[in-house]
Design a protein around this ligand. Structure first.
Ligand code: UD1
Length: 363
């Protein structure tokens, strides 16, 4: 069988890495083609991840770059259609919820190619998030569903997906974390930071960074927190652009406790989070990683597509209200957090389970 595996944006790379590796170990006879859409293209958002994670160079690079959602999705679809027609795969494997995920799934489906979706069934219930639209649309046309937890299975069953098409396999992002954590912890910390005596901040969701008032209010809370504990803030390119455009950078740079740094690649970022006191974020994947690492995670969103991290992990949802963010940070600093438990099957073997299912002859 021939598989096309698609990766496009930063959070995809750690999800495909263990799948490619499991194919190398278990997939004799299967042909695997790695397609990079080029949705993320900066060295720090893409190439560095390939190097850190030991992902081979993509077999096909679509080089689509940035644009509006419609432009980006359309460019990926046009380029990926040609790839499917040339490569004629039996199955296209997409991961996560980014524009590359829906663009490639939709293209393949219309060519009659089977689609497998890794991280299927997650739902935030918030259709104002582009990722929620991508998740729902991708799952509406997926053939083989791989889920990270049983809440996702429940979502899919509720939406009418036949149970035999759903495979609860665990979390490939956590496969990657477990594989690299020792190396990540052994790496250097940015200058003069002491383990467990700093917080980490990431912010990039349009709902948090596109509106000047919302962004400024979140940053007010962060400035307060940085006066109690140093806050390291690796800045996503879209956030950097908006901070500049709203004129917010000078005030942030005046704060001695706040360190704005370039986006970090996988190992330095994991090493930073693993040795932090707490994380403040609007990312999806970081809610899962902190749960596994046992680090308190304060999520600056009203909802999450990963409620398992909130139910049994270390994650708390606080939204965007400055007072709520401050309060949650103070609680984390005073130790008023729960240790959290590990979700079932987040054990480093998810990719192996996926590849075994994909290789089943009678599937
Ligand atoms: C995308 C995903 C989001 C994911 C995030 C992680 C979608 C809809 N969104 O959001 O789910 O959490 O990646 O990073 O797919 N840019 C660069 N260099 C790059 C890539 C982007 O400068 O390598 C800048 C460009 O100005 C671009 C903007 O960031 O317009 C947004 O990039 P895009 O890929 O559209 O969305 P993200 O916000 O990164």
């Amino acid at each position: 069988m021939k598989f096309l595996i698609v990766a496009g944006a930063r959070p995809n790379f750690m999800k495909v890495a263990p799948i490619l590796e499991a194919f190398r170990r278990l997939g004799q006879g299967a042909e695997v083609v790695l397609v990079h859409t080029g949705q993320h293209y900066d060295e720090k958002m893409s190439d560095d991840f390939f190097r850190d994670l030991g992902i081979p160079a993509p077999d096909v690079h679509l080089g689509v770059g940035s644009g509006s959602h419609a432009q980006q999705t359309a460019r990926i679809m046009t380029a990926f259609e040609e790839v499917c027609q040339t490569q004629m795969p039996d199955c296209v494997v997409v991961v996560g919820d980014v524009n590359s995920t829906i663009a490639c799934a939709l293209t393949a489906k219309k060519l009659g190619i089977e689609i497998a979706h890794v991280e299927a069934g997650l739902r935030s219930g918030d259709m104002s998030m582009p990722e929620e639209i991508n998740r729902r649309c991708t799952d509406a046309i997926t053939d083989v569903f791989f889920t990270t937890d049983t809440l996702a299975d429940e979502n899919l069953l509720r939406e009418g997906v036949p149970p035999e098409r759903i495979h609860f396999v665990g979390n490939t992002m956590i496969d990657t974390l477990l594989r690299h954590i020792e190396r990540a912890r052994a790496g250097p910390l940015p200058a003069d930071l002491e383990p467990h005596k700093f917080a980490v901040l990431t912010l990039h969701r349009p709902a948090n960074v596109d509106d000047e008032g919302v962004l400024a209010a979140i940053l007010d809370a962060i400035i307060d927190i940085s006066r109690r504990i140093p806050v390291v803030f690796p800045v996503h390119p879209r956030t950097a652009r908006l901070l500049e455009c709203f004129g917010l950078l000078p005030a942030l740079r005046r704060e001695p406790g706040l360190r704005l740094i370039e986006p970090l690649s996988y190992l330095p970022f994991l090493g930073l989070v693993a040795r932090s006191r707490m994380v403040l974020t609007d990312s999806g994947g970081i809610q899962e990683e902190t749960t596994v690492l046992g680090i308190p995670c304060i999520t600056l969103r009203e909802n999450t597509e990963r409620p398992i991290t909130n139910r049994i992990g270390t994650n708390v949802l606080v939204g965007r209200d400055a007072a709520a963010i401050r309060d949650a940070a103070v609680r984390a600093l005073t130790g008023e957090t729960r240790n959290g438990a590990l979700p079932e099957k987040w054990d480093g073997l998810a990719a192996e389970r996926i590849v075994r299912v994909l290789l089943e002859p009678a599937r």
